[in-house]
Design a protein around this ligand. Sequence first.
Ligand SMILES: NC(=O)c1ccc[n+]([C@@H]2O[C@H](COP(=O)([O-])OP(=O)(O)OC[C@H]3O[C@@H](n4cnc5c(N)ncnc54)[C@H](O)[C@@H]3O)[C@@H](O)[C@H]2O)c1
Length: 368
Amino acid sequence: MNQESIRIGLIGVGGVCAMVHYPGLRIIPGVDIVGLCDANPTLLAQRGEEWEVGAQYGDVERMLNEVKPDAVVVATPNCEHLPIVLAALEAGCHVLCEKPLGLDVGETVAMYRAAERLGRRHMTAFTYRFVPGMRYLASLVREGALGEIYHARLQRLQDWPDHSLGWRQYRAMAGSGQLADMALHRIDLAHDLLGPITSVCGSMRNLIGRDRTKDGEACAPQDVDDWVAFLAEFESGVTGVFESGRLSKGRGPAGDHDVCELNGSEASAAYQLHTPDQILFARRGEAFEMRDVPEAFLKSSGSPRALGDGNPEVTFRYDQAFEFVSAIREERACRPSFKEGVQAQAVCDAVIESSEGRRWVDVVDPLG
Ligand SMILES: NC(=O)c1ccc[n+]([C@@H]2O[C@H](COP(=O)([O-])OP(=O)(O)OC[C@H]3O[C@@H](n4cnc5c(N)ncnc54)[C@H](O)[C@@H]3O)[C@@H](O)[C@H]2O)c1
């Protein structure tokens, strides 16, 4: 394995950074976490102590100027991605940015164009591409094991509390609710499996006000969707049905429902997040049966994580950091890059337009 030393700064050290980015980067030989940046000084100090990183900053520009990292991970609220990503690219950094890349497609295009112009590696954190079952499903599609695909069915249903969700419940900070938070991942998975979505017809609902914090204090009410569903037409002729909701009692936290099912002329197959190392598979006339994911798909080739260590619903996510670092070392494009972040965002924006206008909307390729 190429172990060229890479110095990485973490910007936004909240939930996903602690769960995914830090543990994923920490196990890669030759990677040093050289600086932390967060707007919350208490959290910053806590992470600095836990992760033994002394270089702690409340200001992105200062960290970039003083630490001069080779690369950064941006895991702040969505509204902060654009200025931070542009500053990091200008400072010479390769960038792994959380999804959604931006609040709308215009922001994502600006990031993609800047990264390309400056010749930096760029990656969108579409984490679910790294689920073993999803990798195996993609290989079955590519080798034609399902035949001609007719239908795709992608669902992410969760049981979230009714109180305030912080920045996630405001359009100005999040872009949209369940659409940008959860359905966007599924749009990217569908693009990867089946090619571009060309037209959508969607519906979005803001079902509960969320005007109280967890402690019962009043707060500004939510202005984004708790639930979204849309029909999709793909360039290939496949039809898709997507649904994502936060208010599905019985669907979490223990029973999170995350399914991508494909129905083809020869067979059907489905990935489910709660069985990440297995898929469902059935030919005509058969009931679905569990199939183990073959070893070759259990982790990225060369990934330093040990199979069997930790919770398999979490540890596959560490391969995302390995992909970012590998792309830098191998001087190739990240998979998925900002380009895939732009393409998924274009669908997201079309779903919003469709829901608001109560009609089908064609997806315009913003890079076309
Ligand atoms: N890929 C995935 O599976 C996945 C999972 C969870 C979250 N996310 C994404 O990750 C991002 C962060 O989500 P989270 O759940 O970790 O949120 P979070 O609120 O837990 O953490 C965000 C952190 O960013 C800090 N911050 C805010 N503004 C900042 C700024 N200008 N500079 C530096 N730090 C700043 C906050 O203080 C906070 O600690 C979001 O874009 C979210 O959509 C992706």
